[in-house]
Write a protein that binds this ligand. Structure first.
Ligand SMILES: C[S@@+](CC[C@H](N)C(=O)[O-])C[C@H]1O[C@@H](n2cnc3c(N)ncnc32)[C@H](O)[C@@H]1O
Length: 491
C-alpha cells in the first residue's frame, strides 16, 4: 500500500519538459535505432563498438568544471527529494520508482540526479544545518540547489534554475560548518553519533569513510570460473577490475556498470557481493557433503557463496521469515548452477520446521537482521530512518534468533553470528551474552579460521579483531561487517 502511494507521489508530479529534453522528440527511426543499440549491447555484453563508450567511462565521475546543471536536473532532483526526504521508505526503492516514472531521462542526467540524491542523504545533517530554520523536506528545491552547488559549484548551475534563490544559496554555502555540533559534522543523528563515538578510538576517520561511495565488489563463482578468467574477461571488455585484497574469490570494480547485461553475470560466473560478506561465508568454512544451515538467508547472497564453497554437495538449508525475499533466491541458484540448496520459509525462529532439525547441522550461519549501520555508504538514508527504539527491537530479535539457531548445531559443530552493523550492541554484546548463558559454547578466534584458508591480514588488523572478525569502511574500504565463530562442545 505504502509503495503504491509512493508510485503515485512520483506519478502525480509530471516532469516539467524543457527545450533541452531532447529524448522526448525522438522519431520512430531514432527509437528503433536506440532499441537496436541496447539489444546489441545486451548481446555482446560490454564489448566496445565504434563510437561507444565503455561502461566505465560512461559512469566515471564528471570532471569538475565540465558539468552543466540544467533546469531539468534541478527540477527532477527536486521532485525526487520531495518524496525521498520524507524518509518513510528505503531510498533505493524510491529511487528505482522515481527513475521508472521518468523513462525518458538520459543516462548522464540520471547519473547526476542519482549522485545528487545520495549526496543529500549522506550530508543531510549539514544541509539541514545550513538551511535552518527550514527543514529540507519542506523546501526540496532549495535542498536540491544547495546539494548541486556543493557538488559542482554554483557556477555550474543554470542561472534560470537558481532564479531568486541565488542570495539565500550564497548564504547557505558560506555557513561555517566547523562551528556545527560534532554529530552534525559527522553527518549522523545525535544518538548514533554518541554510540559510535564511545566505541571507536578512530571514529573521526570512520565518519568520512561512511559517507564515501562504495566500489562494486563481485564474488567469482568458483563452480563456473576462476578469478583470473573473470579479470581477463573484464579487461577484454575495457573494464578496470582488480582482485580484492582479502577475499580469494573477490573482484573489485571502481565504477558501477550495468552488470546484469554482462555475459559473465548471466552465465553465473559472478555475483554482486561486498568483500566483507564474502569473508563471512569463508568464516563458516563449510565442507563438502556437510549439513549446513543459513538461518537468515534473505535472497541468498551468502547462501550462494556457501553453496559454491561446498561445490554444490551436501545439504544447504536456507531459512528466512521473509518468503518474498527467499523466493528471489531461485533464479540466482539456477544461474550459479547450485543444486544443494533447500530454501524454507519459516514463521519465526521458533518454527516447527526449525525445531525438527535440532542438533542436525554441522554448521549454521546466523546473518542476523541488524540496523545495517555498516552499510551507510550504500544506504545513507538508513541513518536517518533508524532510532534507539528500532535498535532495541532489532537487538531483541538478534538474541532470540541466535538462541534458537544455536539449537540446530550438533555437538562439536560451529555457528557463525554475523551482522553488517558497526555497533557493539548488535555484535560483541550479543555474542558475550550468549556465551555467558551457554557454557557449552566457546569462541574460536576468527584469525585461526582464516589462517586455515590462507587468508591473511596485517598485524594491526589481527589486533583490532581480537577473537572476532570486523571489517570497517575506513580500514578496509568495505562495508562494516562483524562476525564471531562459535563452537559447541563435543559432548
Ligand atoms: C542481513 S539479512 C540477510 C542477508 C542475507 N544473508 C544475504 O547475505 O543476502 C537478515 C535476514 O534475516 C531475516 N530475518 C528476520 N527475522 C528473522 C527470524 N526471526 N528468523 C529468520 N530470519 C529472520 C530477514 O528477513 C532478512 O532477510
Amino acid at each position: 500500500m505504502a509503495e503504491i502511494k509512493k508510485k503515485r507521489a512520483f506519478a502525480m508530479q509530471k516532469p516539467r519538459r524543457t527545450s533541452r529534453d531532447g529524448d522526448d522528440r525522438r522519431t520512430d527511426r531514432q527509437r528503433a535505432a536506440d532499441r537496436r543499440r541496447h539489444e546489441e549491447r545486451a548481446r555482446t555484453g560490454f564489448k566496445r563498438t565504434k563510437g561507444d563508450m565503455t561502461p566505465e567511462k560512461r559512469m566515471a565521475p564528471l570532471a569538475p568544471g565540465r558539468v552543466r546543471i540544467t533546469n531539468l536536473i534541478v527540477d527532477e532532483l527536486t521532485r525526487a527529494l520531495a518524496v525521498i526526504l520524507k524518509l518513510d521508505g528505503p531510498a533505493d526503492v524510491l529511487m528505482k520508482l522515481f527513475f521508472k516514472s521518468n523513462p525518458k531521462l538520459g543516462m548522464r542526467d540520471r547519473g547526476l540526479i542519482a549522485e545528487g540524491i545520495y549526496y543529500t542523504l549522506r550530508h543531510l545533517a549539514t544541509i539541514r544545518h545550513a538551511m535552518r530554520p527550514v527543514p529540507p523536506v519542506k523546501a526540496p528545491r532549495v535542498a536540491a540547489l544547495l546539494t548541486l552547488a556543493r557538488q559542482h559549484g554554483l557556477d555550474a548551475i543554470s542561472p534560470s534554475a537558481i532564479g531568486p534563490e541565488e542570495g539565500p544559496l550564497k548564504n547557505m554555502l558560506a555557513v561555517d560548518l566547523s562551528k556545527a555540533a560534532p554529530h552534525v559534522r559527522a553527518e549522523l543523528p545525535q544518538w548514533l553519533f554518541d554510540l559510535i563515538d564511545a566505541q571507536y578510538e578512530d571514529a573521526e576517520a570512520l565518519y568520512p569513510a561512511m559517507m564515501e561511495g562504495a566500489p562494486l565488489d563481485l564474488r567469482v563463482n568458483l563452480l563456473k570460473a576462476t578469478r583470473e578468467e573473470v579479470l581477463e574477461q573484464l579487461s577484454g571488455s575495457g573494464v578496470t577490475a582488480f582482485s580484492t585484497p582479502y577475499s580469494p574469490d573477490g573482484v573489485r570494480l571502481p565504477t558501477k556498470p550495468g552488470l546484469t547485461q554482462w555475459p559473465i553475470y548471466k552465465e553465473g560466473k559472478v555475483d554482486v557481493q561486498d568483500e566483507g560478506s564474502q569473508l563471512i561465508a569463508r568464516l563458516l568454512a563449510p565442507r563438502r557433503r556437510e549439513m549446513i544451515c543459513d538461518f537468515c538467508a534473505g535472497a541468498g547472497g551468502k547462501t550462494l557463496a556457501l553453496g559454491a564453497l561446498m561445490r554444490s554437495t551436501g545439504s544447504l538449508y536456507a531459512f528466512d521469515v521473509n518468503e518474498k525475499r527467499l523466493a528471489g533466491m531461485a533464479p540466482r541458484m539456477r544461474r550459479a548452477g547450485l543444486s544443494n540448496v533447500h530454501p524454507i520459509a519459516i514463521r519465526s525462529e521458533d518454527d516447527q520446521r526449525v525445531r525438527r532439525l535440532r542438533g542436525k547441522f554441522d554448521r549454521v550461519l546466523v546473518d542476523a537482521p541488524c540496523t545495517g549501520s555498516g552499510t551507510l555508504r550504500r544506504n545513507p538514508d538508513l541513518k536517518w530512518r533508524l532510532s534507539p527504539d528500532e535498535l532495541e527491537r532489532i537487538n531483541r530479535i538478534q538474541k532470540s534468533v541466535l538462541e534458537h539457531a544455536s539449537r540446530l548445531v550438533k555437538a562439536g559443530g560451529r555457528l557463525v553470528y554475523a551482522t553488517c552493523s558497526v555497533l557493539k550492541r548488535e555484535n560483541q554484546d550479543v555474542v558475550e551474552a550468549f556465551l555467558a548463558a551457554h557454557p557449552e559454547w566457546k569462541l574460536v578466534p576468527a584469525a585461526e579460521v582464516f589462517a586455515t584458508q590462507g587468508i591473511t591480514f596485517d598485524a594491526a588488523q589481527w589486533e583490532r579483531f581480537g577473537s572476532y572478525f570486523q571489517m570497517l569502511p575506513h580500514v578496509n574500504n568495505t562495508d562494516g561487517f562483524f562476525a564471531a565463530v562459535l563452537e559447541r562442545s563435543a559432548e
